[in-house]
Write a protein that binds this ligand. Structure first.
Ligand SMILES: Nc1nc2c(ncn2[C@@H]2O[C@H](COP(=O)(O)OP(=O)(O)OP(=O)(O)O)[C@@H](O)[C@H]2O)c(=O)[nH]1
Ligand SMILES: [Mg+2]
Length: 450
């Protein structure tokens, strides 16, 4: 997903960050290229227009920063705008305290509602809920069978009503939820080929009958702008709360995901990323934007370090960052400063290659982990800290023993450190556009001392 867009943007940026100064013509060219890249990714043309306009205005008005080149400043602005396009902050599924909580799913035929209902039940059960699935697709018995079979696979009960009165079935389902002590009811509804009067009327009636905590529209990312148009029409008639963007794992160009928020005003709450029942992820706009730009957010990393550290110390460190002389001692110092700011979780997420952390909540990366990292670094000799290349297998083993962690932990840390350092070097030298190795900020060509 987003691969073409990602590659296009990265090559635009490799070119930009390599320049010391940006002329007006450079900016114009870059904006034109960004515009084309977004249009080719099937982003809604109005969204593209206002996006590029915002980026251009901010670029023109941007303060010249001491630590960033003009090109890097543009990258940062695009990153921020892309994040805000995707929804700024993460949207959580908000349930009231009513029991059972009710989530109703709507969407076009084949968009992935039934699959999403099962995935959502599975996801929320992991968070301690006791879900029940309610089948409200009254037109096709096969659709109910599908939900039943998914429920069986997950060992989650499915309520299957009788007759053709959806409102009555939905209400009976909720009664069943109460009777069987379920605290969450997920309601699957029938899809239609198009958003038509009948579909909206039915959705509106079920919604009125159930008063769900959340109505989520399941939108198929593969169908691009058609999906966005359908969602916009739907939101005018039956207000819904958020979007489950399904099939983001496919070869969709990503235009739907990038447009839907701005066009409909509704946030993407979850992304479906596969057919399996665990292939549902809470949607994080910031991480997605970084993924599209192919980088851990070293820019912000530098900024946070700047805020936290004493002024002159920072300048020295910045200089070292730029020269990629950044050592484990600096790293430790940064961690300590960030600990003071309470930003360790955020910082770890910003590290390039932080994909491993994507399943972790900031809260889960606690102080203990910071202490562990510190312990590993403190178990290194001064020489090793200054020159990580020295860290061969036996040294790593010794360090692991000294810090009371596994060699795997040490390897992870060294790997992340090397990635951060390498990226800093690339940012400094203008990106891999010159070197033709790896993507922008991607640790592709990295070699680890082993
Ligand atoms: N690759 C991929 N396939 C998905 C995803 N979500 C759903 N599917 C597939 O899409 C197809 C349609 O999914 P359903 O859940 O049956 O869609 P629906 O909206 O309930 O369809 P109707 O009830 O006919 O309107 C199935 O083959 C699913 O396996 C996803 O996130 N990724
Ligand atoms: Mg279905």
């Amino acid at each position: 997903m987003f691969q073409n867009l990602s590659e296009r943007l990265q090559s635009i940026f490799a070119d930009l960050t390599g320049r010391g100064r940006l002329s007006e013509a450079d900016v114009d060219t870059a904006m034109r290229e960004i515009r084309l890249a977004l249009l080719e990714a099937d982003v809604n043309f109005k969204v593209v227009k206002s996006f590029v306009e915002r980026v251009r205005q901010r670029t023109v008005g941007a303060e010249v920063s001491k630590s960033l080149t003009p090109g890097q400043t543009v990258v940062r602005i695009v990153l921020e705008e892309l994040t805000s396009l995707l929804g700024e902050t993460e949207s959580r599924l908000i349930l009231t305290s009513r029991i059972p909580g009710i989530v109703m799913l709507v969407g076009l035929q084949g968009s992935g509602k039934t699959t999403a209902a099962a995935k959502l039940a599975n996801h929320l059960r992991k968070q301690g809920k006791r879900p029940i699935l309610i089948a409200c697709d009254i037109y096709r018995p096969a659709a109910i069978d599908q939900l039943e079979s998914l429920g069986r696979e997950l060992d989650i009960p499915v309520f299957r009503g009788e007759g053709t009165d959806v409102e009555a079935i939905a209400k009976a389902g909720v009664k069943e939820a109460i009777a069987s002590m379920r605290d969450l009811a997920i309601v699957d509804t029938a899809g239609r080929l198009h958003v038509d009067e009948k579909m909206m009327d039915e959705a509106a009636r079920v919604k009125a009958a159930l008063k769900p905590d959340q109505v989520l529209m399941v939108v198929d990312a593969m169908t691009g702008q058609d999906a966005v148009t359908a969602a916009a029409a739907f939101s005018e008639r039956v207000d819904f709360d958020g979007v489950i963007m399904s099939k983001l794992d496919g070869d969709a160009r990503g235009g739907a995901a990038l447009s839907i928020r701005e066009v409909t005003g509704k946030p993407i709450v979850f992304a479906g990323v596969g057919e399996r029942l665990d292939a549902l992820e809470p949607f994080h706009p910031d991480r997605m934007a970084k993924r599209i730009l192919g980088m851990g957010d070293v820019v912000t990393l530098i900024e946070k370090a700047t805020e936290a550290a004493d002024a002159d110390l920072t300048e020295e460190m910045e200089e070292r960052l730029r020269k990629a002389e950044f050592t484990f001692d600096d790293f430790l110092l940064q961690l300590t400063h960030l600990k003071k700011m309470g930003g360790i979780g955020d910082m770890l997420k910003m590290l390039p290659g932080a994909g491993h952390f994507k399943d972790l909540d900031a809260a889960e990366i606690d102080e203990r982990q910071l202490d562990r990292v510190a312990a590993i670094i403190r178990s290194m000799t001064a020489e090793e800290r200054a020159n990580p290349k020295l860290l061969n297998g036996s040294r790593r083993e010794r360090i692991a023993r000294g810090a009371g962690v596994t060699v795997f932990d040490v390897n992870q840390l060294v790997k992340q450190f090397n990635q951060a350092r390498k990226l800093m070097k690339q940012l400094q030298s203008g990106g891999p556009g010159k070197k033709k190795r790896g993507g922008f900020g991607m640790p592709g060509g990295m070699r680890l001392p082993s």
